[in-house]
Unconditional design. Structure first.
Length: 105
């Protein structure tokens, strides 16, 4: 699955600036659902890129130890989120990330 996810994420992150010019995308972790995440991952939506970068930063902050953002770390995080979101499409992205961070809020 990593062999598919890494190129997909790389393409998505490279396309973010172009997509941002073409349309306005908004990411709100309070309202973005796992169902939206599941749909966005299928089409490499720019919103997915925003969600993953936000999640990476949120988790780094929760762990109190900033780490460099790398393609592999984003791919690994994505593969951690995918099963949770597939099993809980109505759950908010924020609640999934909080469960990963150990805050459970």
């Amino acid at each position: 699955m990593h062999k598919i996810a890494l190129p997909l994420l790389l393409a998505m992150l490279v396309a973010l600036p172009v997509a941002a010019q073409a349309q306005s995308n908004e990411f709100n972790p309070n309202t973005y659902t796992c169902g939206e995440f599941n749909a966005d991952i299928q089409v490499s939506s720019p919103t997915l890129g925003y969600a993953m970068l936000w999640a990476f930063g949120w988790l780094d902050r929760a762990q109190g130890q900033p780490t460099p953002v790398t393609d592999q770390r984003i791919a690994d995080l994505t593969m951690t989120i995918v099963p949770q979101c597939q099993n809980n499409p109505n759950q908010t992205f924020l609640s999934v990330i909080n469960s990963l961070s150990g805050t459970g809020k």
